[in-house]
Design a protein around this ligand. Sequence first.
Ligand SMILES: *[C@@H]1O[C@H](CO)[C@@H](O)[C@H](O)[C@H]1NC(C)=O
Ligand SMILES: *[C@@H]1O[C@H](CO)[C@@H](O)[C@H](O)[C@H]1NC(C)=O
Ligand SMILES: *[C@@H]1O[C@H](CO)[C@@H](O)[C@H](O)[C@H]1NC(C)=O
Ligand SMILES: *[C@@H]1O[C@H](CO)[C@@H](O)[C@H](O)[C@H]1NC(C)=O
Ligand SMILES: *[C@@H]1O[C@H](CO)[C@@H](O)[C@H](O)[C@H]1NC(C)=O
Length: 384
Amino acid sequence: MKIVSGWHRLVFCLASIFLLTHLFSVMELHKNSKMEEPHKQLNKKFDHLVLGPAAGQGLSNRLQCQGTKALNRTYSSSSRSAEDGSITFITVFTIYNSSLNDVEDKSTNTIVGNASYNKFGRSMALLNVFINFIEVAMPQSNVIILTDPVSDLSVPQNRVSLYHIQGEYSRDKLMLQRIRSYITFLETRLQKLSQNPRNITHYIFTDSDIAVVDNLGQIFHDHPNFHLALTFRNNKAQPLNSGFIAVRGTPEAILRAKHFLQEVLKVYSTKYRNASRMLGDQLALAWVVKSKAHFDASRFAKALAFSEDIDGTSLLFLPCSLYNWTPPEGAGQFHGMPLDVKVVHFKGSRKRLMLESWNFYSSSLDISDMLCLILGSGRTKYDF
Ligand SMILES: *[C@@H]1O[C@H](CO)[C@@H](O)[C@H](O)[C@H]1NC(C)=O
Ligand SMILES: *[C@@H]1O[C@H](CO)[C@@H](O)[C@H](O)[C@H]1NC(C)=O
Ligand SMILES: *[C@@H]1O[C@H](CO)[C@@H](O)[C@H](O)[C@H]1NC(C)=O
Ligand SMILES: *[C@@H]1O[C@H](CO)[C@@H](O)[C@H](O)[C@H]1NC(C)=O
Ligand SMILES: *[C@@H]1O[C@H](CO)[C@@H](O)[C@H](O)[C@H]1NC(C)=O
């Protein structure tokens, strides 16, 4: 496939002294650890695809599957008419040069389909698949990779570009750096906009372990007034996930989004600094939102989009169940996959499934069937 080849070439052409490590999602490792106790077998990590029962069978608004055959169509081609050329995805991706031995050591390689990956190749393959899914779902959109100036990436693809941002990319500062990079990026856009105020591009900042499976242009179309959108779930301690943040491309929205993220950064560095490696940004996001008078956190209990004005910034809250879908780990309750899911998040130990899903899609060219594969195997823990 044309979209694959360029990136595969890139994987092997990159300077071999670099070991690349990605910035994937903030994992909620400990969240369900109690629940998992009686289900130790769930903690086994598999090096091959394991298909379990698909949750949500018999529920009318959930995807119905027979194995990996979808009985419902989820992928609405009509929604693709929304203009996606005005949307750019932003992700942070970093290379470390500390473990160059791993690149040579083939014994630690993992096999996915026909390919054998070292750690470096694995990370690149995941980034590659992240981009491939965007190209399928939103072929007119662009991708910008925010990265360390010492990360010697090059991107041969048309709609993918790199943006180097100076910063502290060490593993334990990465989440903090990510917010800083977002802020820096928004500042540069504000400058560009002041030269050409009519050239509006909307931005979606995401983790790179997600698959976009439907056109997201409708967020901006259906909710014309928000400045910044976040995804929420019914979880008291961590109601907001930082893996998906949408920003409208108008000067005012970008400015407000920038100020909002600056506040999150401040809370993060003062209150949650010790959590910076893992959950700090999500805790800081939730703190900033919940600390505002009038904010009704009980709205997180229902998976319905809602808006809220916070100090003049219009925030849109989108349900994770559609815009950041991931099956719960462990034995938590699980009602399957909504028919109109738009973004799948391969959190934690589901990264292999992300590559397997792309391979499956490449041969079936059917998003709905692929979603059945993900639904059936999304609770399996994989080996990377
Ligand atoms: C999904 O497919 C099942 C099985 O064919 C069918 O009974 C159900 O009505 C479909 N749901 C929707 C919303 O089309
Ligand atoms: C990694 O690369 C940078 C820039 O080339 C260099 O300054 C640094 O010393 C290297 N670190 C290690 C551990 O090799
Ligand atoms: C693996 O290689 C075979 C033979 O070259 C090819 O037919 C098949 O499509 C490949 N599978 C994947 C998942 O790339
Ligand atoms: C509009 O902005 C985008 C993103 O900044 C840029 O790629 C494009 O060239 C701009 N178009 C015009 C006509 O200035
Ligand atoms: C972070 O941890 C250090 C030592 O573990 C502690 O002294 C400090 O008070 C902690 N900071 C915050 C903000 O909790």
